[in-house]
Design a protein around this ligand. Sequence first.
Ligand SMILES: NC(=O)c1ccc[n+]([C@@H]2O[C@H](COP(=O)([O-])OP(=O)(O)OC[C@H]3O[C@@H](n4cnc5c(N)ncnc54)[C@H](OP(=O)(O)O)[C@@H]3O)[C@@H](O)[C@H]2O)c1
Length: 382
Amino acid sequence: MNVLKVAICGGGRTGHLNAILFKQLPDVQVSLFTSNQDIVDHHARQIPMQALMPDGSTLSARPDRVTVEAKVAVEDADLVIITVPAHARPQVLQEIAPHLSTTKPVYVGAIPGFCGFDWLAQATLADKPNLVIWGMKDVPHTAFDLKPGRSVKMGGGKSQLYVATHARETQASRQQLQQMLSRLYGPCVTLLDHYLEITLTPGNPIMHSSVIYGLIGPYGQWHRKIFPQRLCWWTECPELGAYFLERMDEESQNLCAVISQRMGVDLSSVKSLKQEIVEAYGEQIRDRSSMLSILRTNRAYNDILAPMVPADGNRPGYVIERQSRAFNEDVAYGLVLLVEMAKRFELKVPYIEEVLQWSIAYMEGLRDSALDYFPTHWPRSA
Ligand SMILES: NC(=O)c1ccc[n+]([C@@H]2O[C@H](COP(=O)([O-])OP(=O)(O)OC[C@H]3O[C@@H](n4cnc5c(N)ncnc54)[C@H](OP(=O)(O)O)[C@@H]3O)[C@@H](O)[C@H]2O)c1
């Protein structure tokens, strides 16, 4: 079997876990590109990385290369996997682009591939026809408790992994990609027909923003107040947040229906958020009667803390962190995209828009966003 050269970009939880899992396989070479010098130092001292598995066992591995230099990480890669959050992807792509091979196909993808990764990669890598752009709908496993360079804990895995490619890719490239990913993840990799099936799948962008709006937005019970202690995202989710989430979920489904009809794309695989959560967590949800009860009684969501920081000015208590990923990633790269897509089809999404405008004000304006790469002429260019 040919050696498969994989470059993982991003030394976070997802990056570590995938690097360790891939190194369990024969004939897979793994490079890890990170900006964290500590991870490089651990590697240089021959310290293996460990994945603590859900069944209590441990996997150990030492990637072939761990480096802060983009060239060293990607110059001979067959497959590049970007595992940094959406707002960090533009910089990573710019750093690696000049060093990717021009003489063989290189499969450049993002895990997870939401927030329009296909559009970003097309905009950044337009002059490189040998690159094949792809994304995975979700992370293959949850990963948490990272000790950089040393260990990471693996949570639940997905039974099916859904992957899409940029619309420009050929059938042969798509098949090749499926083979590569099946070698890494097993036979559970399914190719989707259209990248929009990933982009329009509802998830964190509407979940996080609606809950924050319900807590501290203009009608929230914590508006302009300080929380006495840190709050759990879901078990303490406010009714108002669940209400906005349900409305935003409906608007997101309407957007899907309009895009499907006007562009002639089959988006029947895109389910409502409620259905996604119920199907994903099944028996772990005690009460499925409403969005609120689904969020509050899902065992898998227990104890996940909302992003909070101590209040300033020596005041006791906590406030929602303006610099959190719930804003920089989910709002600036997720919600913004939904509203812009709706605008292009002259579809009204008033709940999403209300939450977006408030969130932008709370985060004190957008510095960068998915609009930096969203195609100007979409959907005409599609
Ligand atoms: N962990 C999970 O279980 C899980 C579940 C669902 C979805 N996701 C999604 O998967 C993606 C990666 O998540 P993760 O949990 O692996 O993240 P993470 O542990 O926080 O790691 C992200 C890595 O990205 C790099 N990075 C570069 N710029 C960054 C920035 N401005 N902010 C944060 N990180 C930056 C850093 O790596 P370097 O220092 O090496 O550059 C960082 O370690 C995110 O989109 C997340 O929403 C993760």
